[in-house]
Each structure stands twice: as C-alpha cells, then as structure tokens.
Design a protein around this ligand. Sequence first.
Ligand code: FES
Length: 242
Amino acid sequence: MLDDPVLVNDWHVVARAGEIAGGEVRAVRLLGQDLVLWRGAPGVSAGLSVWQDLCRHRGAKLSGGRVADDCLICPYHGWQYDSSGRCVRIPAHPAQPPPARAQATTYRLTERYGLIWACLGTPAGDVPAFPEADDGSFRKVHAGPYLFKALGPRVIENFLDVGHFPFVHAGFLGDPRHSEVGDYEVETAAGGITARDIAVWQPDPDGTGESAKMNYTYRVFRPLAAYFEKRTEQQRFSIINS
Ligand code: FES
C-alpha cells in the first residue's frame, strides 16, 4: 500500500453507489491496497462496508465470500464477520466465542454524488465540494472508470492542461491555429488551488458543431481530485475528476 499520508488521509472514489446492490461483494483496489466492498442483504441492512480484503484466519480474500443477512462470510472456512468487522462465528468451533483479534481491518466510506468514497486513514477533510450535484439545472452523467497506464498525478496534470487541446483534440476542443494560452488568475486557499478565466477557443466545445470561446475555471482540491467548469453566456459544463 502507498504510505503517502496526504493520499492515505484523503477520500477516493472506489465505485458508483448504484453498482453495489444489497448482498453484493466486490473487490476493489485503492492506493495499492486490496479492499472488499460489500453491502448488507436487502431487507436486512443497506449498509455499505469497505475493509481490507483479508480474512484474519488464513489470509483468504474476503471478496470471494458471500453476504448472509448483515454479515460477510469468508469463502475458505466460513468465518462470519458482522458489519463492524468483528468475527461473530467460527463454524469449526460454533460453541466458542471468536477471539478479539478475529477482526477485519475496516475503513471509512461515504456516499456522495452517487459515488462511493473511501479513506484508508483518518480523513483530513470532507470529500471535494461539487455543488452542481445538487443543482437541478444540471444534467448529471457518470463517466468512467477509465484505465490509464499513468500515475494519478499525471492524469490530474493532463486534466488541467489546456495547452494540449489544439494538438490532441484538434477539431473538437482546440485548433492549431488558435494555440495560444492567455494569462489567467491563480488563487491558493485552504481548499486548494483555483485557476480562473482561462480563455480557450474551441471548434466544437459541446458536440453541437458550433465554435465558441470558452472560459475555463480549474480547481485542484487535492493531489488526485480536481474540478473544472467551462461556460459561455448560455451554458455551463462541470466535471469533478477523482
Ligand atoms: Fe477465512 Fe479461514 S481463511 S475463514
């Protein structure tokens, strides 16, 4: 697992909320850590849990297990863990109470914007702000996940980089005849860095085929979470990228 405290103590998206139905178990990986994400059985508990994907008995992956009521059952010898991560039943010794060390390693999670966010440490703050999620005038679309053969910071760097538009996205987001990037304002505050009023000429910024000069605002909340908004007088388009 990565041990960078800034990343460990931050929130990261691990799944879309709607993808994990009641009774479902899924393996996910975050910062090099294998995790099991599971939701209690329908009608019993809709609670979601994210734990280290490791059974305390013989090290089996709990993500191969199944949900029974509000417990996750290891696929190897059937140890039964309740939603707090505590083993409450060892089938080979049903009359004996499980030892205290029979406890899964649990992590914090929260659901926001239709996404499940997990933190492997102690959250240094809330999940990044995205007020558009509660704004009824926006149509919301979940995109991704996408597989990149690149480090996370490089992906965020690319997200923030308007200079490549005329070359990589020529005809859509940029035009080699309009490659200049003008001056813009940058502000650093407790919540991150904001760069606003980046003027970009785009041949087809929204798929309508109409060219427009767009105004970009970028916000970098944390090393692996960023936001942008582009707008004309009539339209607004925003993305949060984790
Ligand atoms: Fe999980 Fe034995 S390894 S119950």
